[in-house]
Each structure stands twice: as structure tokens, then as C-alpha cells.
Design a protein around this ligand. Sequence first.
Ligand SMILES: Cc1cc2nc3c(=O)[nH]c(=O)nc-3n(C[C@H](O)[C@H](O)[C@H](O)COP(=O)(O)OP(=O)(O)OC[C@H]3O[C@@H](n4cnc5c(N)ncnc54)[C@H](O)[C@@H]3O)c2cc1C
Length: 560
Amino acid sequence: MAAGLDKETLDATLAALRDYAGRRLPDQKLLELDARDEFPEDIVREMFGPQLGIQLFLVPEEYHGMGGGAFDLYRICEEMARIDLGVATGVLATFLGSDPIRVGGTPEQKTRWMTRIADEGALMAYGATEPAAGSDLGALRSTATRVEQDGAIVGYKINGAKQWISNGGVADVYTILANAPGGPTWFVVDRGTPGLSAGKPEDKHGIRASNTAALSLDDVYVEADRVVGLVEGQGLVQAQAVFGYTRLMVAAFGLGAGWAALDRAIPYSTTRIQAGAPLSEKAGYTHKLIVPHVARLEAARAYMEYVAERLDGGEHQLTTEGAIAKYLATEAGNWAADASIQALGGYGYTKEYMVEKIKRDARITTIYEGTSEIMEMTISRDRWQQHMKTRGQHYHDEARQLEALAARHPRVGADVAALALHALAEVLERARVARLTRHQHILLRLGELVAYAECAGALARRAVMAADGALNAKADTRFAPPALAALSRVFAREAALKLASDGVRWICGAGGVLDAEVASFMEALGVPAIQRAQTGLLADMDHVADVIYGRAAESGRAAA
Ligand SMILES: Cc1cc2nc3c(=O)[nH]c(=O)nc-3n(C[C@H](O)[C@H](O)[C@H](O)COP(=O)(O)OP(=O)(O)OC[C@H]3O[C@@H](n4cnc5c(N)ncnc54)[C@H](O)[C@@H]3O)c2cc1C
């Protein structure tokens, strides 16, 4: 994918999306779609039409698109999720559906299908999941049998069932993963092909404005040129190859949904008077229901911007980095949406105030495109290898880099993020010595700790870049540098304390440390230093709350 749009085009696109949503998708309409469990096909097709042409930003220029990069993708997906995650999913499904072609298709196939998306606004669906193959796609049962004529393969007959397919009932074109004789393979299948049928739309917990349907494939015949890449057996590799991008997109959905909820809770709390004053003036409220969620979301954003820049810089795959971004952003978004219901009290629990719907919508983001548990496993396995390869030094090195940063910028939380990374290195090392990753639970918990520590580092670096005026020109500028630094200090303390407490919990819990060694293990983790680093937390939370509520002298939004 190209490095992307210029800042003006991106800003104009985001503004056009907001304007469109204001006109065509007001709250009342979104609530009605949710209540009726209805996919607004006209709206999604209109978004793909000449007026907005949202698909163009995600199609490379050579296929008549505008060639948005990963950074653009994250900003556009966040904006779409702020509007409605169901509608956003209808758009996302087209990109998921076209991804196998984008990464694995022949030039002719790319020209044929990508230009169809750009020129005709074709809706696509991505057919990977099956009733018995969800997280473990290797358990795929759909088959593609060769049809041969005079010894040459002329086509395939596909049989099987697909489950939970977004746009399943409405797509114009489907990519379907099936087992060919050479292994799992993607096939491009047109709507209306005999034998392809969709079940009735699923009655879902959330994203009810998206169409999700099962697919049944009964002797669906496709020509041999419908094999993506024209070579059998590349399906899982092609699916893997796009995880950096696709997980970044879903991370942006989590971020957007979380902020959509908080952006309702925050103004609500300024007008809701309880015990004689607005809720926004009560730290017991703001420091529990608003501030920590903002810090987690912004930590996720920092990591997402880091991943996006690397993708735009030409790095490929970044599967683990995509997983870290998705994991933290979607967990944080889901949590923030839940806290927003609490923040609105009884009103939050009713439909009219939207946060109830946003919470149900946000819930999907920790499930689709890889569940949080699969993200934990992906992260842990990869970083475990890195720990082994570097003889335990990787995270100590990362921590030392942050310490060097802290020497120049003492107030951005880099020193505390470094404590988290040193502790992570010690936890991994103790897990290695005691061979604890044979317990799957420990393996997955390590994934969570990695995500927290790496995101703390990313937010501290982002705070430095903001202070130096070196942020990406297309970066979100909701928070000015001092506020970002305070957010970084808040999140770094949380991450470091998590490393200290969960590190002790799981390493000791799994028998990795003898009773007599617990105190020295805690010393090695840096627990006393991490505890000392909590000093000043409340003052930082006060500052963040003041910024969020416009009470600080510094404005919340950085100068453009
Ligand atoms: C609304 C919606 C839209 C979707 N859209 C699409 C789409 O467009 N295309 C598509 O192909 N798919 C789609 N999906 C499918 C989605 O990607 C899967 O639901 C998801 O990958 C999980 O698979 P599963 O539902 O089979 O759950 P399972 O894999 O059975 O997992 C169930 C639970 O077990 C956990 N688990 C699974 N394996 C392990 C393990 N090895 N160790 C520990 N825990 C584990 C999971 O984390 C989860 O908590 C969609 C799903 C939904 C609900």
C-alpha cells in the first residue's frame, strides 16, 4: 500500500464523513436501525457512491482508488466507528473481502476486482469462518474439488458452510476460503452463482446495523481463474499477510467506539448535578469513569500510530504489532463504553442516550478479526521468541532507550514505562527458567503484559514527539503535549503496576519462585521502584480531568 493521502485530503475526508453522518445517520436513525435489526444497505452503497466514495481511499491508485495508507486507514476507521460500528463493519467487510486479492492476486485479478470496488462500489464479503473453524482456521472443512478437462484444471466445485460472514447476505462478490487439493485457497465467487446461498441475518447483541449471515456452498462452480494468485494452497499465508492492516482497522474501531461513548459521558457529566455540583467536578467520578479510560485509549492510539507509520514505511505483515494494537484498543474501547453507561447512571442503561448501543456494538471488536485470547497468544508467542533470541535482553534494551529519552524529557512517563519494560524482561526470564509457558494460561497472561508494557513505551514516545513538534502531520491532535505527557504518566504507572502485581501473581502462582525467593524476585522486578513511581498519580489525573473538562489553562486540543 502507498504511503497515503496528504493531510488536506485526509482532513477533508474526515470532515466529509462527519458531515455525511450528521445528515444521513442522526442518532434517531441509528437507534431505529438498531431496534429493527436492519442493515442500511442504501446508506452503505451511498457511501460507496460518487458523493462520498469512501472505498476510493482504501483502493490503490493503479486500480482507480486514491491509495490511502495505513495511517489514513486508521483515521478513517476511527471516524467511521465514532459514527456507527455496524455501518463501519459493512464498509470494513469489503476491505477484508478484497484483501486476499490485494495481497495475493495476480495483476489481472487485482485490476479486475479492485477496479470493480473503486468504479462500481461493489460490496464484498470475506468468507473464512466456519461453524467448526473459528479461531483455528486450520480446521477448515469447506472443500474445492478440481474440475478437469483433457488433463487441465478448468474450474472448481466448492462445497461447505461459512458462519458469521459480514455482508454475507448483501455482497456483490465473495472471497471464500476452501481446502483445494493443494491446501487452503481463496476463491472469488460472484453473488448469484448457482449453489451459493445466504442464511437469514443473525439476530445479534450489537452492530445490528451490519448484515451478518451464514453462507451455504453447494457445488458452487467457479472457473480456474477465480483462484486468488492462481496457485492452490496460499490461502492461510494470504490471510496472515494482511493481519497488520486488518487488525489496525479493528483497533481503530475499538478506539472510535470507546471515544464515541466517552464523548457522550463527558458532556453529560457537566450538566448532571448531584449533591449540589456537576458530576464532572467529582474526582470519585471522573478518576474512575473517565480519566483511566482516556489514558488507555490514548496509549492504544500511540501504538496504532507507531504501527501505521511502520506499515506506511514499507514494512510488511507486522502481525504481532497489529495484534498488540487490536488487543489494547478493543479492550480499552469496550471498557470505556461500559464505563460510559455507568457514567450516565440510569439514563445510560436506556436506549435513548446511545451509550447502551455503543457498548453493545463495541463488544464485537474483541471477538472478530481474532479474539482477544488469540491476540494474547499471538503476541506472547512472538515476543517469547524475541526474548529467547536476545537472551533476555530485548526488553531491557527497550527500557534503556526509554531511560535515555527520560534523561532529555523527564516528565513524559518514559522513566516509568522503562520500569514496566524492565519488569517484563524479568517476568519473561523467570518464566523461561521455570519453564512456565507450558501452562497455556501463563503464556496468554504474558501476552497481556507485553501489550501493556509496549503501549506504555509507545505513549511516552508519542508524548516526546508531540513535545518536539515531531508528530506525524496526520496524527490526531486532541491533546496538547502537556496533557499527553500527563496521560502517559498515568498509563505508564498503570502498566508498571500491572507488571509488578500480575508478574508476581502469575510467576508465583505457577510455582516459578520458591517461597524463600519471593522477596528477591520482587526486588528484581523493581517492585519498590514501581510503587514509588505511583507518587503524583492523583495530581496527574486531576490535570487530565481539568484538560478534558476545559478547566486547565492549556487547551485540550493541540495547535494545528
Ligand atoms: C458479528 C460478526 C461478524 C463477523 N464477520 C466475519 C467475516 O466477515 N468473515 C469471517 O470470516 N468471519 C467473521 N466473523 C467470525 C469471527 O472472526 C469469529 O467469530 C472469531 O474469529 C472467533 O471464532 P469463533 O466464533 O468460532 O469462536 P471460537 O474460536 O470457538 O472461540 C470461542 C472462545 O474460545 C477462545 N479460544 C479459541 N481458541 C482458543 C485457544 N486455542 N486457547 C484459548 N482460548 C481459545 C476464544 O478466544 C473465544 O473466547 C464474524 C463474527 C461475528 C460475531
